[in-house]
Structure formats: structure tokens, C-alpha cells
Design a protein around this ligand. Structure first.
Ligand code: GLU
Length: 419
């Protein structure tokens, strides 16, 4: 059994989670063979002209895990620790995630092993365009639709959309989601992951009879998902007592002023030194007594060695794969309610779906319309997963995987195999 985070490979975790849920479903061998593994894996070598005049080569990937229920769908990550196995895991999770919220997409993911914090805008643009050229045979609005993920953003999507469109000779906004509004992006997409996290936390609080007003919240990772979730929880009257980013962890037991913190993060790029806060160690952040812990950073941040210290009532997985299977078991024993990633953070891809629909129809919705539809999708999905959790007496993670996997299984069984 895998126990140490340092020994963990996210793809092993994804396969282990699949097997656990497939066993609970009693899924037959043939169906497993057809849906468990990625359909297509592409590795591309991306040479980029750096600002110093030299060429630097980056390794990059696009993995399509499933196109059973519709076009493959998933973000693109720029991070120094990107590996093919990580991208395979993230693509796998996208498949179950899209099925859990019942949107007509399969799963995919892309990644470039690079350190965007040490690259200029020009270098990032050249990297993005050359990477897009590399994965061109795979992507398209009916085939595979990228979106933002860790350290990519609407500007990155604009470059991908432009590069793809220029090769076809006309504008094709539907090739990516998470675009700027001026290129056919959707209102509410940028905040969608955090907003979805918020809706599932609301549902969990309702289920546990825990008032959100006054609830103590800790957020690990203050990027797009974590900061928006913190903001919405703050606006709902929760007390966000601690947050962290890749550089620092800060604490204020009376509650941090989240709008001001977001303002500072936008200006300086980090949360370190925020007035009316004290620095704490990362291990102490996870161990804070709170009602809701939101891991919103990377995979495997809560593992066998630190899961015991968690003292939250709810863990809301805004990140993909923040808990290792060992941590899952520990939290279950401690009776902590986990909102699993493929449910909790599915708001991003749900509004990506809305964006794609709007692009296809050339008809754009108002922000409130997006929020209302997102709330309905997230709360329905939460209800469906909770029902399996209660009826089958399995963890919320197994329940979510069972729901997602069963929908893909049903689709593949009806489609059959060709040739
Ligand atoms: N990167 C996000 C995720 O992991 C969004 C993906 C998308 O919108 O396609 O769910």
C-alpha cells in the first residue's frame, strides 16, 4: 500500500480510486477494459525562442482519457512538476468529473513542464503557440477542448484560440473555454470553480446542519479556485481564518479581510505580509481547528503523515487530487466529511460547458443565468452523490466515482465496440 506522499504517483491514485469504485459497482471486466485507461496520449517537444536569444526545449503532453460521452475536455497546466503520469491522472479525473455533473463531455488534460513564474509574457506566448501547434491534430470544438488549469489563464486560451483559428483560416472560439469575454468567453467562467466549491459547501453544511455563518474556514492555495471560494464563503458570513499560497501561510483568528487580501494578491502576486495577519508554518495551517478546510493547491498535499492532524468538519477539495488514498482512510476514520474533487471543483468545467454551448449557438447569457444554472447543476450532483453515499454506505469519494464511472460505463455499453 502507498503511504508516503513522496512515493505517490497521481496516476496510481487515479487507478486505485477507479478500482475501488468499480468493485463497489460490481463492474464487469470487459467494461473496465474499455473505460479505465486513456484513449490517446501525445507527448510533444516544444522548442521556444527565449528572450536571451537561445532555444529552450520543453516537454509537453495532451492526454485524452475518454471521448465516450462527448468531446474530450480538460485544462492545460503549466508547472515545473508536470509529468506524463500526472497529466494522465488529471485526464482520468476529468472523465468522471464531467459524468458526475452529467455534462456531455469526456475527459482530457494537457501539461507543459515549465516554470511560468520565471518566464516573460513573450516567452509564454511563444511556448503556448508552439505547444498548440504540437497538439493541433488532437484539439477542436468537436474533438477535444482545452481550458485553463494551474498557471494558465484566459490570455493563454486566447493564444491557443488564435493559433488554432489561424491554421483553419477563420475564428473558432469553441476550440477552448475559459477565454476572455471579448473572444466568446462566458460571463462567470473565471470564478466558476470557486463558485462551484461554494455551492457544494453550502449543500454539505445543510446536510450536516452546520451554519455557514460564522463557520471557520482554512484555505490552502490562494489561486483562482481557492481565492474565489474564500471570497464567496466570506460574503456568506463565514470566517476565513487562514490561507496559504506557494510562498507563505497567514493566520488571523478573528478572520481575514478577504476582499483586501485578494486586492493585495492581485497587486503583489502573493499573500505574504498581509496586514493584520501572522505567518504560520504549512503543517500548522492544516492542523488548525476549523469547520471547513479547502485544499485548493496541488495533488497529494494531505497524506498519511499529516492527515491525522486535520481538525476540520468538512474538507472541500477545490484542487484535483489533494488527498491521497491513505489520507482518505484517515479522514473517514475521523468522521470528517469530504466533498471529493470530481464533485467539489466541477463548477469550472460546468461553466466551460456553458461557454461551449454559447459559442456553438452564438448566443450569450447573462451572468445571473450562468450562476443559476451552475447552482442547479452543482446541487443536483451533490444530491445524487450524497444519495449513493447514504444508500450504499460508501465514502463520498467512492460514491462520486461510482456515479461518474457508472454513467461512462452505461454509455460505452450502449455504444458497443467498433470495429
Ligand atoms: N482545469 C479545470 C478542472 O480541472 C477546468 C477544466 C475545463 O474547464 O475544461 O476541472
Amino acid at each position: 500500500m502507498l503511504t508516503k506522499a513522496s512515493e505517490l504517483n497521481a496516476y496510481d491514485v487515479a487507478l486505485e480510486n477507479f478500482d475501488t469504485a468499480a468493485d463497489a459497482l460490481g463492474l464487469d471486466h470487459d467494461t473496465r477494459e474499455m473505460i479505465k485507461y486513456p484513449e490517446r496520449v501525445l507527448t510533444v517537444s516544444v522548442p521556444v525562442l527565449m528572450d536571451d536569444g537561445h532555444i529552450r526545449r520543453f516537454e509537453a503532453y495532451r492526454v485524452q482519457h475518454s471521448s465516450v460521452r462527448g468531446p474530450a475536455k480538460g485544462g492545460i497546466r503549466y508547472h515545473p512538476q508536470v509529468t506524463l503520469d500526472e497529466v494522465k491522472a488529471l485526464a482520468t479525473w476529468m472523465t468522471w468529473k464531467c459524468a458526475v455533473v452529467n455534462i456531455p463531455f469526456g475527459g482530457a488534460k494537457g501539461g507543459v513542464t515549465c516554470d511560468p513564474k520565471h518566464m516573460s509574457q513573450h516567452e509564454l506566448e511563444r511556448l503556448t503557440r508552439r505547444y498548440t501547434s504540437g497538439i493541433l491534430p488532437l484539439i477542436g470544438p468537436e474533438q477535444d477542448i482545452p481550458a485553463p488549469d494551474v498557471y494558465t489563464n484566459p490570455q493563454t486560451m486566447a493564444w491557443i484560440m488564435d493559433t488554432y483559428s489561424m491554421t483553419k483560416g477563420y475564428a473558432i472560439p469553441g476550440v477552448v473555454t475559459g477565454k476572455p469575454i471579448s473572444l466568446g468567453g462566458s460571463l462567470g467562467r473565471n470564478e466558476a470553480t470557486g463558485r462551484g466549491v461554494f455551492y457544494t459547501v453550502q449543500s454539505a453544511c445543510e446536510h450536516l446542519h452546520l451554519p455557514l455563518k460564522g463557520a471557520k474556514v482554512v484555505v490552502q492555495g490562494f489561486g483562482n479556485a481557492g481565492s474565489i471560494a474564500a471570497q464567496l464563503l466570506y460574503e456568506a458570513g463565514a470566517k476565513v481564518i487562514a490561507v496559504s499560497d506557494s510562498r507563505a501561510c497567514i493566520l488571523n483568528r478573528n478572520g481575514l479581510n478577504i476582499p483586501e487580501l485578494m486586492h493585495m494578491k492581485a497587486l503583489t502576486g502573493h499573500v505574504e505580509g498581509f496586514p493584520e495577519s501572522e505567518p504560520i508554518a504549512p503543517a500548522d495551517l492544516l492542523a488548525l481547528e476549523c469547520d471547513i478546510l479547502v485544499p485548493a493547491a496541488l495533488e497529494n498535499t494531505i497524506h498519511a503523515e499529516n492527515a491525522n492532524s486535520v481538525r476540520a468538519k468538512i474538507v472541500a477539495e477545490a484542487a484535483n487530487g489533494p488527498l491521497t488514498p491513505a489520507a482518505d482512510r484517515i479522514l473517514e476514520r475521523k468522521n470528517i466529511f469530504v466533498i471529493p474533487d470530481i464533485l467539489c471543483n466541477a463548477g469550472g468545467v460546468t461553466v466551460s460547458y456553458f461557454e461551449w454551448v454559447q459559442d456553438e449557438q452564438h448566443l450569450f447569457w447573462e451572468a445571473q443565468d450562468v450562476y443559476d444554472r451552475l447552482e442547479k447543476v452543482m446541487k443536483n450532483a451533490f444530491r445524487d452523490v450524497l444519495k449513493i453515499h447514504v444508500d450504499k454506505k460508501v465514502s463520498m469519494r467512492i460514491a462520486a466515482n461510482m456515479l461518474g464511472i457508472s454513467r461512462v460505463a452505461e454509455a460505452v455499453q450502449i455504444r458497443g465496440i467498433y470495429p
